[in-house]
Design a protein around this ligand. Structure first.
Ligand code: GDG
Length: 475
């Protein structure tokens, strides 16, 4: 039974800190910027919370430690486990499978074995840390077996799970040789949260078909009388924090400087993504390149700034993508650049948040064109930074954010011609039309921020409805 001290436990693949090395060789921890930690920090402080996750280095056992008032519990991973559980099963099997197989998923039994082993380690750690009847919130696709593993160890806990990426339709999910184990792993939770209602429906349908449990709308009825609720909680950002940052004199000055250094173009288009094959970088750059080469846009008038943050660099598909994008940018610039006028500025690097805010402020058109995306926070961050009601958002209809951001110029990223005409429409829209659309999107983003997301999820998870009670089954 329970020995731990935490009333609230977050379990995620990574701890919300990075280790940095000072010039004198000493090391220290720095909170990694991100909406999740911003949203959960106050809840963790109020409840004597603990965060369980990997600390980012291979083959290293660290003791739990405090950082900025957070109790952090590191989970060790060996070099092989990083290759098999993280880069393998999580990022080369589940990631492509859950994103509409836009890259072929790989199925390897030894990756699965590592996934099971590492999930068990996280569950065991949580079982030690949680107080009796504590609330535990498990995050994302790397840890889908944790809810059931943890419930077996600690039936007293209230367990929530949130999936940050899409949950695929049955037709794709059933390719997975371990489909039943994953569904059963998730069913250990009292509440399973998804970005979109369609994802929750996919899950419920699969549970009915593959596991054979009774379901009714968003409720799953287990044979032991327990119920599991599957619902959508579209994630958001620290909207006020982004706006505040975008309003600082430093960011405003930096935004002006960026435009100037690009040659003060009439139109600056911007893309910011992790360098990932789901983000539709190829399609977007091709569309822009064609607009220049067919004369719809003039090279003196328009520039495209693409920031591609390095990501998962040891995974083969990401190495291929990196080379592809390098070649594509080289080809576009080679074909249509003039001395002093380069249409695509490609930055394969990561930047501080203030630089991101300056880029958002500088851009006339933000282009977000994933082939599939759970939500896409970049789209919301852009909107939060545009307190001037200027700017336009071109957004893929395959991003979760599309169902909330109706004021965006929505595109099908597979349709290059359609994307070209939508980009032109966004560029040429009147200031009045742009402001109308931006105002509607800002209302949505500012009113539905990450705090509301976290409190909605936690309210349902801890609601008076006792998830362990024997709910009547549907007739
Ligand atoms: C997954 C799901 C879902 C990017 N480059 C830099 C930087 N970023 C920040 C952005 C944004 C975040 O990273 C990326 O979030 P996205 O939502 O766009 O995409 P994923 O990384 O794929 O996230 C996604 C999300 O989880 C949350 O549930 O929306 O669908 O795939 O916040 O600003 N931040 C800094 N420097 C960079 O260079 N500081």
């Amino acid at each position: 039974m329970a020995t731990g001290t935490a009333d609230f436990v977050v379990i995620a693949n990574r701890l919300p800190v990075d280790r940095i090395t000072a010039p004198d060789g000493s090391t220290m921890w720095r909170t990694s910027p991100g909406g999740l930690v911003t949203a959960l920090e106050p809840v963790m402080r109020r409840n004597g919370g603990a965060w369980i996750g990997w600390h980012g280095a291979a083959d290293e056992n660290l003791k739990p430690f405090e950082h900025n008032g957070l109790h952090l519990v590191p989970v060790p991973l060996s070099d092989d486990e990083i290759a098999e559980y993280y880069e393998g099963f999580s990022n080369s099997t589940l990631w492509p499978l859950y994103h509409d197989v836009v890259a072929p998923p790989e199925f390897h039994r030894e990756w699965w074995d590592a996934y099971v082993r590492v999930n068990r380690r996280f569950a065991e750690q949580a079982a030690k840390v949680a107080k009796p009847d504590a609330v535990v919130w498990v995050q994302d696709y790397q840890l889908q077996l944790v809810p059931t593993m943890l419930r077996e160890l600690r039936p007293d806990l209230r367990i929530g799970f949130f999936l940050h990426i899409p949950f695929p339709p049955a037709e794709l999910f059933q390719q997975l040789p371990w489909r039943r184990q994953i569904l059963e792993g998730l069913l250990g939770a009292d509440l399973v949260g998804f970005q979109m209602p369609g994802a929750a429906q996919n899950f419920v349908r699969l549970v009915r078909q593959r596991v054979g449990h009774k379901t009714h709308r968003d409720m799953i009825y287990l044979p032991d009388g327990r119920t599991v609720l599957a619902q959508a909680y579209p994630i958001s950002i620290d909207a006020a924090g982004f706006e505040e940052l975008a309003r600082t004199p430093e960011v405003i000055a930096r935004a002006a400087e960026i435009r100037e250094s690009l040659g003060s173009p009439k139109t600056m288009l911007l893309g910011i993504d992790r360098l990932d094959y789901t983000k539709g970088l190829r399609q977007r750059l091709r569309a822009f390149g064609e607009l220049i080469s067919d004369g719809s846009l003039h090279v003196d008038d328009a520039v495209f700034v693409q920031v591609a943050t390095p990501s998962r660099e040891r995974v083969d598909q990401y190495k291929i993508l990196r080379d592809d994008i390098n070649r594509l940018v080289g080809r576009i610039n080679g074909d249509v650049a003039r001395i002093g006028q380069q249409p695509v500025t490609y930055l394969h690097a990561s930047y501080p948040r203030s630089e991101m805010a300056a880029l958002y402020r500088a851009a006339d058109v933000m282009v977000v064109t994933p082939l599939r995306d759970g939500m896409n926070l970049v789209a919301k961050e852009y909107v939060a930074c545009r307190y001037d009601d200027r700017g336009a958002l071109v957004l893929s209809e395959f991003a979760g954010a599309a169902s909330e951001l109706k004021g965006a110029y929505q595109v099908n990223p597979h349709d290059i011609n359609g994307m070209k005409s939508m980009m032109l429409e966004a560029i040429n829209a009147s200031p009045r039309e742009k402001a109308r659309r931006m105002k509607a999107m800002r209302k949505q983003v500012m009113e539905n921020d990450i705090d509301l997301w976290a409190s909605n999820f936690l309210r349902e998870l801890t609601s008076v409805r006792d998830p362990h009670a024997k709910n009547p089954r549907p007739v």
